[in-house]
Design a protein around this ligand. Structure first.
Ligand SMILES: C[S@@+](CC[C@H](N)C(=O)[O-])C[C@H]1O[C@@H](n2cnc3c(N)ncnc32)[C@H](O)[C@@H]1O
Length: 270
């Protein structure tokens, strides 16, 4: 398969930027830089490898699953089927944590509830070099990705625990969570990359999208240190519900993401 054939196939499948993605897949297949793809002529074997990648992408499998990695907070995370691909919007939570704790040498005890690829926990531990952290993850597939990422990016400072985050025992100084928050009925209308390929358990927040927050409202006051903070991702239109849910904690602020959407709820245990 050539670059032109790959582009045509991706365009026919409705991929938004077919030429750019075809070049990136060719670069991955040939293990070359993106610039070199304009002059590269794949051998028949390389063409077959490219064809296999293009077939997966034409079925709307996320690009990050196909190449097996995704950048978050300028760190390369291993990802694949079974784990949520970390999103740039989620970096807002790390920015907020840095505002809350300006002293980067603080010996924090950090938790990440529903750690997925480990993105939030690992990024936080890289920013706070004296901190230790635990990531809780109920999906066995995601747990394996988190373990691999944590081991290679922060070593023994992160522990990844398999199981429900309700098993967490504090006290923690800082808790992150990007819980599943899509209302069940909305999942099918998401992009095919998301609704057909990313794990349901990472998306489905129940009938109104708020099921996980109800559980967290109960759990967080028990496992946060007095004066400790929780930094939670929220979905579009969910900010209004948070004041009612988190009655036992103080709402410090709700920060917007890069698109100006209220995305990050900052809570403090009084
Ligand atoms: C939206 S994903 C977030 C993943 C990652 N923190 C990120 O921001 O990219 C939510 C994650 O929470 C996990 N999860 C959902 N409910 C859980 C629970 N009760 N206990 C532990 N993990 C849970 C899911 O399997 C999924 O990996």
């Amino acid at each position: 398969m050539t670059l032109e054939e790959a582009t045509r196939l991706l365009a026919a499948a409705g991929i938004e930027a077919p030429r750019a993605e075809a070049r990136l897949l060719l670069a991955h297949a040939l293990d070359i830089g993106r610039d070199a793809t304009l002059t590269a002529i794949p051998t028949p074997q390389q063409g077959a490898v490219l064809a296999a990648l293009v077939t997966r992408r034409a079925a709307h499998e996320p690009f990050a699953y196909i190449v097996g990695r995704k950048e978050f907070w300028s760190l390369a995370f291993r990802v694949g089927p079974g784990v949520l691909i970390p999103r740039p919007d989620t970096e807002t939570l790390i920015e907020e944590a840095l505002r809350l704790v300006p002293d980067k040498s603080a010996p924090l005890c950090i938790a990440d509830l529903g750690t997925g690829s480990g993105a939030l926990l690992v990024a936080a531990l890289r920013e706070f070099p004296n901190a230790l952290g635990i990531g809780f993850e109920s999906s066995p597939e995601a747990f394996e990705f988190a373990r691999t990422n944590a081991a290679s990016l922060v070593g023994a400072r992160a522990e990844i625990r398999a199981g429900d985050w309700n098993g967490a025992q504090g006290p923690f100084d800082l808790i992150f969570s990007n819980p599943p928050y899509i209302p069940t009925a909305d999942i099918e209308s998401l992009a095919p990359e998301v609704c057909r390929h990313e794990p349901r358990a990472a998306l489905d927040g129940g009938p109104d999208g708020l099921d996980a927050y109800r559980g967290l409202a109960d759990l967080l006051p028990k496992i946060l240190k007095p004066g400790g903070h929780a930094v939670l991702e929220i979905g579009i239109g969910q900010a209004f519900a948070m004041e009612l849910l988190f009655r036992k904690l103080e709402i410090v602020r709700i920060a917007a993401d890069l698109a100006g959407i209220p995305r990050c709820l900052v809570l403090r245990n009084p």
